[in-house]
Design a binder for this molecule. Structure first.
Ligand code: C6P
Length: 412
């Protein structure tokens, strides 16, 4: 037997782990092609959260009683899993946040704001999600610094040479996505980090769309910060991670104050907690983080490299099948892509097309994908976006194609 059918069989098995994928929508078996917005959760994540809530729930780091110990163990155990998952060198480098957005805002306010002065700059790219644009705009407004934006080309690839030209001795940080959510472009982050390291410029990578699809090793990448969200990696919403190099995190002040981020408080003087707790004020999303730990275990059982290989093949299949649909216009054709294809069909509005597909049981995302500058670059108000996870298979793509052909008939 050749490799392709074997992989498809594996995908069918993985799919059975996801209860949400077993349902019908508008009378048709659900085809879920919106994992870039939020991925479905396997049974084991749902059950782990439920079991925690049924039996172990209490506040963390606070109680001497048994349930508090159990909750703390489960929560801190999940941090250890996350450290291992991205190969951070220490658990102190794993700051638990409510998602990528919060993680990037933390860096903007705690790392950049105290350091930035008028005339300094931050460099990002044109294909960033709003979460990797607006926090930098805010901190630039607050400090008088300049936000510089590296352009993209017609295929949706960052012009890396132009990015390098924007970096100078006044650059405090470069922020770049690992994988573009709107276009699927995989950015050469290792190269960018190597260039910036040579100039002592820290790099933040928005890994929201990287972590679910690629085997991430933050030490091999060499980045200073790496941000990602739990709900895109088959875990609960309201969870996420900021990886930060310990030396940088140590230098950074807390950005939110409250319980758990302190060692001692008096009106005269407050002593902050050690890493990573200094950045985790208040009661966290305990059950969500415990569920995220279960999702890491689940992903590691399958293997991220296996997932990446399977998805790569499925992505190629999706692109080849969509390309043959009459009236198809691709938005984003980078040489190196992962998981996503954005497109428009004839002159059908993306929301109309999304609705017609939904009525055939096919879920895609439509609109600007929180990446308005990308839409502006391509001169469109929005696109349709099909995004894959390892639980998708070729049948899903075939159903998408049939649904698109039906939409063409409807719109005449
Ligand atoms: N993109 C999408 O449909 P949060 O909301 O904090 O979990 O993630 C924000 C975020 C940051 N960066 C990238 C590259 C992202 O894709 C996202 C979330 C979703 O594309 C929802 S807008």
């Amino acid at each position: 037997m050749n490799a392709a059918p074997a992989r498809v069989t594996q995908a069918a098995d993985w799919r059975l782990d996801f209860p949400a994928l077993r349902q019908s929508v508008h009378g048709q078996p659900l085809v879920y092609l919106d994992s870039a917005a939020s991925a479905q959760q396997p049974e084991v994540v749902i059950e782990t959260v439920a079991a925690y809530q049924r039996e172990d729930h209490a506040n963390v780091h606070r109680g001497v009683h048994t349930l508090s110990h159990r909750a703390t163990e489960a929560y801190e155990g999940a941090r250890d899993k996350m450290r291992d998952f991205i190969n951070a060198s220490a658990r102190s480098e794993i700051v638990l946040t409510k998602g990528t957005t919060e993680a990037i805002n933390l860096v903007a306010q705690s790392f950049c704001r105290p350091r930035l002065q008028a005339g300094d700059n931050i460099v990002i790219t044109h294909l960033e999600h709003h979460a990797n644009i607006v926090p930098w705009q805010l901190v630039c407004e607050q400090t008088g610094a300049e936000l510089r934006v590296a352009p993209i080309n017609d295929r949706g690839e960052v012009s890396i040479d132009e990015l390098y030209e924007l970096v100078d001795e006044r650059t405090l940080l470069v922020g770049i996505s690992h994988v573009s959510n709107a276009l699927g472009t995989v950015n050469p982050v290792e190269e960018v980090v190597a260039f910036c390291k040579g100039r002592n410029v820290p790099v933040l990578i928005d890994g929201a769309q990287g972590v679910p699809h690629l085997d991430i090793d933050v030490q091999a990448i060499g980045c200073d910060f790496y941000a990602f969200s739990g709900h895109k990696m088959f875990g609960p919403t309201g969870t996420g991670v900021l990886f930060g190099r310990e030396a940088l995190l140590e230098e950074m002040p807390p950005w939110q104050g409250g319980g758990d981020m302190i060692l001692e408080v008096s009106f005269e003087n407050t002593i902050y907690n050690e890493l990573p707790y200094k950045f985790e004020a208040g009661t966290p999303n305990i059950s969500g983080v415990v569920g995220l730990g279960a999702s890491v275990d689940y992903l590691q059982r399958i293997g991220m490299q296996r997932i990446a290989d399977y998805e790569h093949e499925l992505h190629d299949y999706m692109v080849s099948q969509l390309r043959d649909v009459d009236g198809m216009r691709f938005i984003g054709e980078a040489a190196n892509k992962a998981s996503v294809q954005s497109f428009l069909l004839d002159d059908i509005h993306s929301h109309d097309l999304g609705t017609i597909l939904d009525h055939q049981g096919v879920a895609i995302r439509t609109g600007h994908h929180c990446a308005m500058p990308v839409m502006q670059w391509f001169g469109v108000s929005g696109t349709c976006r099909a995004s894959l996870a390892f639980y998708n298979n070729r049948d899903d793509i075939d159903r998408l194609v049939i649904a698109l052909e039906k939409a063409r008939e409807i719109f005449g």
